[in-house]
Design a protein around this ligand. Structure first.
Ligand code: SF4
Length: 72
């Protein structure tokens, strides 16, 4: 995504929570990255890692709904 080479730890520690969602695409030719992830994360977590991001508008609507729920 940055347009240049990065070390694996950058991709693994991407957000401080989960690895970058493209980690399988970018690293599968270098080593068994899926096996590596399976040693750390559950299949559900891996599915969450590689799933496309939700549209920003949906995120905003969810935040607004939660905020409204706290008011009343
Ligand atoms: S896994 Fe993500 S952060 Fe790492 S090289 Fe690929 S796109 Fe960039």
């Amino acid at each position: 995504m940055l347009g240049h080479l990065v070390p694996f730890h950058y991709c693994r520690d991407h957000t401080g929570e989960l690895p970058c969602r493209k980690i399988l695409d970018c690293w599968h030719e270098r080593f068994a990255v899926h096996e590596y992830l399976r040693g750390i994360y559950s299949e559900e977590e891996i599915a969450r890692i590689v799933s496309p991001p939700r549209p920003k508008l949906l995120q905003i609507i969810e935040i607004a709904r939660k905020a409204r729920g706290h008011e009343g």
